[in-house]
Design a protein around this ligand. Structure first.
Ligand code: SF4
Length: 373
């Protein structure tokens, strides 16, 4: 995967469309240390995906192989990448052998010259006038597909390449095999070319505002991904005003509509405070690590765990020497068994879907209570 980044990166479009000023704010502020393991794991998962799309023999042959960054492809990673590779293959076969463009750098110049990025995969089904775009997410944080700005930036770049005349359809997909949600790991957003204008206009306006004079700042849940959060006056003020609103709200608990709004307000206030707290904790950790004392705070070692310091083969050999089997043989999941080629009807007879317990959740079909708009 190419690792250079555009100023208006599609991957952060959900933030800079809501807060165009965050681009300049971030440029003035150093990036915090990233979780390199998670980043390397994501890079390796994308590499596994590339192999599978290209037709890497049987997926199980990839397990245990090493990615270019040294990360080993494990069974979960290969199974996750296979979900997306299978979906791409289905679309290509249905269209009579369509060409897949994988890890393709595209430029959304019609929106702004600084919006460019690498699309995981796209396919143009010309007979059916349909553009398909896939984005693979190996992280666990749920990524919604509907109105996903990253996909829209990629789509704009692909459209520059295709130069289509006339109406067409769009199918954009997020493939996220590791989220803990009842949704399918493949989520789709279908729309037609006539729906695109307002989205592209929003991206265009936000991009030009972001790189123009005095870009606007707006706080919200998108601040989670902003490196400036810890010292951003707009975000801190938003947290304070939500906190004030909670203190001053008058709720009639017998009126469900009032109570729903009260829950919305509490949720927003606690989310914003949690974001500020997480950013402040990361900053405090960095200060303490660089020997800057913070009165009342210190770094303490977490719970320790023992791990093998030699490779898996050496551990198993050592066990054999003592006549003890050190391999923990656990069956793979029903889904992995299906992916490995066992008839889904057979897997079904040996497995059961356990419904999760009921949890209070925000309805998707109601307008969200907004703040700072
Ligand atoms: S913290 Fe939030 S409001 Fe402040 S610059 Fe970043 S995204 Fe904008």
């Amino acid at each position: 995967m190419p690792d250079d980044h555009s100023i208006l990166a599609p991957s952060s479009a959900s933030r800079w469309t809501k807060c165009p000023g965050s681009i300049k704010m971030q440029q003035d502020y150093p990036q915090p240390e990233k979780d390199q393991t998670a980043a390397d794991e994501g890079t390796a998962a994308h590499e596994a995906l590339e192999h599978l799309i290209a037709g890497y023999g049987h997926p199980r042959d990839l397990i245990g192989e090493t990615a270019s960054n040294g990360f080993v492809f494990d069974a979960e990673m290969v199974a996750g990448a296979q979900v997306m590779a299978d979906d791409i293959r289905k679309v290509r076969v249905a269209g009579g052998g369509l060409n897949a463009h994988v890890e393709d750098r595209t430029h959304a110049n019609q929106l702004h010259s600084q919006i460019w990025g690498t699309v995981d995969c796209w396919v143009w089904d010309e007979p059916n006038k349909t553009v398909y775009i896939w984005d693979f997410k190996y992280g666990r944080r749920y990524v919604p597909v509907i109105e996903n700005r990253q996909l829209l930036c990629y789509l704009a770049g692909v459209l520059v390449r295709l130069n289509i005349h006339g109406a067409f359809n769009v199918v954009m997909k997020i493939v996220q095999p590791r989220t803990f949600t009842p949704d399918s790991p493949i989520r789709e957003w279908k729309l037609s070319s006539s729906d695109l204008e307002p989205y592209f206009e929003e991206l265009k306006v936000a991009a030009h505002t972001a790189l123009g004079e005095n870009p606007t700042l707006r706080a919200g849940s998108h601040c989670r991904y902003c490196t400036r959060l810890v010292s951003c006056p707009t975000a801190i003020e938003a947290g304070q005003s939500l906190f004030d609103a909670v203190q001053n709200v008058a709720v009639d608990h017998k009126k469900p509509a009032d109570f729903g709004k009260y829950l919305d307000l509490l949720t927003q206030a606690s989310e914003m405070v949690e974001l500020l707290k997480t950013a402040a904790e990361a900053e405090a950790e960095a200060m303490l690590k660089s020997s800057t004392p913070i009165p009342g705070w210190e770094l303490q070692p977490g719970q320790s765990s023992r791990k093998w310091s030699v490779d898996e083969k050496a551990v198993l050999e050592m066990g054999k020497g003592f006549g003890i089997e050190l391999q923990n043989q656990k069956p793979i999941t029903p889904k992995q068994a299906e992916d490995a080629g066992i008839d889904p009807a057979i897997v079904s007879a040996f497995s059961k879907t356990h419904e999760g317990s009921l949890k209070l959740k925000k309805s998707k079909n109601l307008a969200k209570y907004k703040f700072n708009d």
